[in-house]
Design a protein around this ligand. Structure first.
Ligand SMILES: N[C@@H](CCC(=O)N[C@@H](CS)C(=O)NCC(=O)O)C(=O)O
Length: 156
């Protein structure tokens, strides 16, 4: 059975759980990371040298990087539906996945950790503000794209 390693409070683990939910895939999940620790266990590092979550194991095949995990599962179990056959449709979906991980996440994480996971007295407000501005610019890109989607015009 597919095994997912990682705490379910992680947004990156949740991506994989979401795909499993969409595809009704059975899986077992092992808590690791965050309050559960284990990131630096040699056995875990042997699976995932980054020590981050998620890692999945499918038929003995070990995979990490949340977007790669979701693509792998979708391609394996939902070719032509969740994983589009049409290369332009697939490219479009993958573009936004990669944009999220490469552009948005590095600007969102410092704001989230600074404001939510850091005590007020320990916050580096200058660094948080610098990231907030970059995050805002990214959100503006997404908002413009969403505003201009023909789906909204068609239903307006
Ligand atoms: N690019 C990686 C990032 C993985 C990552 O940074 N995961 C975070 C949780 S969202 C993590 O492992 N943090 C340490 C921990 O949970 O102990 C991916 O998408 O899988």
């Amino acid at each position: 059975m597919l095994k997912i390693i990682g705490r379910d409070t992680s947004s990156n683990v949740q991506k994989v759980l979401w795909v499993c939910g969409e595809l009704e895939l059975p899986f077992e999940r092992q808590d690791l990371g965050g309050p559960f620790g284990g990131n630096d266990n040699p056995e875990y590092r042997a699976l995932n040298p980054n020590g981050r979550v998620p890692t999945i194991i499918d038929d003995g095949f070990v995979l990490w990087e949340s977007n790669s995990c979701t693509r792998y599962l979708a391609a394996k179990h939902a070719a032509g539906t969740l994983y589009p056959d049409d290369l332009q449709a697939r490219g479009n979906a993958e573009r936004w996945m990669d944009w999220q991980i490469a552009m948005v996440s590095p600007t969102l994480v410092p704001v989230f950790w600074g404001m939510i996971r850091t005590a007020p007295e320990d916050r580096d407000l200058e660094a948080i503000e610098a990231s907030r501005q970059k995050l805002s610019a990214n959100i503006a890109i997404m908002a413009t794209i969403l505003q201009n989607l023909s789906i909204w015009r068609a239903t307006a």
